[in-house]
Write a protein that binds this ligand. Sequence first.
Ligand SMILES: *Cc1c(COP(=O)(O)O)cnc(C)c1O
Length: 380
Amino acid sequence: MSTPHPAQLASESVRRIAPYAPGKPVSELARELGLEDIVKLASNENPLGASPAALAAMQAALGEAGIYPDGSGHALKQALATRYGLAPAQLTLGNGSNDVLVLLAEAFLTAGTEAVYSQYCFAVYPLAVQATGARAVVVPALPATHATMPLGHDLEAMLAAVTPATRLVFIANPNNPTGTWAPAAAVESFLARVPATTIVVLDEAYLEYALDAGCGDGLAWLARHPNLVVVRTFSKAYGLAALRVGFAASDPEVADVLNRIRQPFNVNSIALEGARVALADGDHIARSVALVAQERPRLARELAARGLRALPSAGNFLLVDIGGAQRAAALNGHLLRQGVIVRPVGNYGLAQYLRITVGLAQENDRLLAGVDAWREGGAR
Ligand SMILES: *Cc1c(COP(=O)(O)O)cnc(C)c1O
């Protein structure tokens, strides 16, 4: 009788999980190619980085690296509550919003329950759901030929997929990797009709960039919908991706459940302090949002002039149709050799596309020069 390998002792659903494919780190490409001047447009980071005030606060907080953080995150919760007109008891802090998404799955999903999300949704939803053994109900996205929101969430179909067994529905507004979004009225209508036995997880990781597009602010809907959980992050517009801070805002009793199962010290003190100060630096956020408002349409126009169509996007990135999986792989390889890292999205079932983060003007110009060189090399 053969002995099973200990790894096979993990649950069937855990063993079927496909690992998350992160953007290539700058240090890795530098090592591989011996290049120095590398531009990374692969992980939707803020090219302006963190707020200078937040950086200074974090430097000061390093002095306390020897002691445990405030496990309740009191100061950051106070700042968030004041800023957004919420009670601190409505908040759950996470080691990145990824942490909060996993907590939601752990708290509400078990084998025999269901979670609904869209095709081409953020990769963390399937990961978090699968680990619990719950059934994932993947709703087809709007078609690539859709007039206004190609590959976007089909909210009506998602609502129709909700059953009495559905505990969670994940809506990313805007969504990554597509950049697509749902107007505020459509989300409000969804919330008004979804049964109270289903929690709606509204992931607003890119909301700061999307307000002009009419996404609406999910926090405003919390008072009317105890089954709504709004998830936000400091990784994108706030430029604190390395620190790993995010939060959920919800009904206080839902927050209580999430806070019971989180690790007692899931957000470190440097991150707590950086996020608290970053929240108050409105100028830095305004600069970051203005950069994307300026560069996103320019990048889309310049790519279109080179025969590459970007989907409509309300995020700080563009999903760009390269016209075929082989072409996308070839362009990606070419850009890497030029020291430009973008994100292949074959793992999302979008192999003919590349996801490109909107960088500084000069970074976007580097990308465009790389595309030009690729086209001159024979690809068109
Ligand atoms: C980047 C991103 C997040 C944020 O992840 P963190 O764990 O907070 O860094 C959440 N949701 C979506 C859709 C994202 O693209």
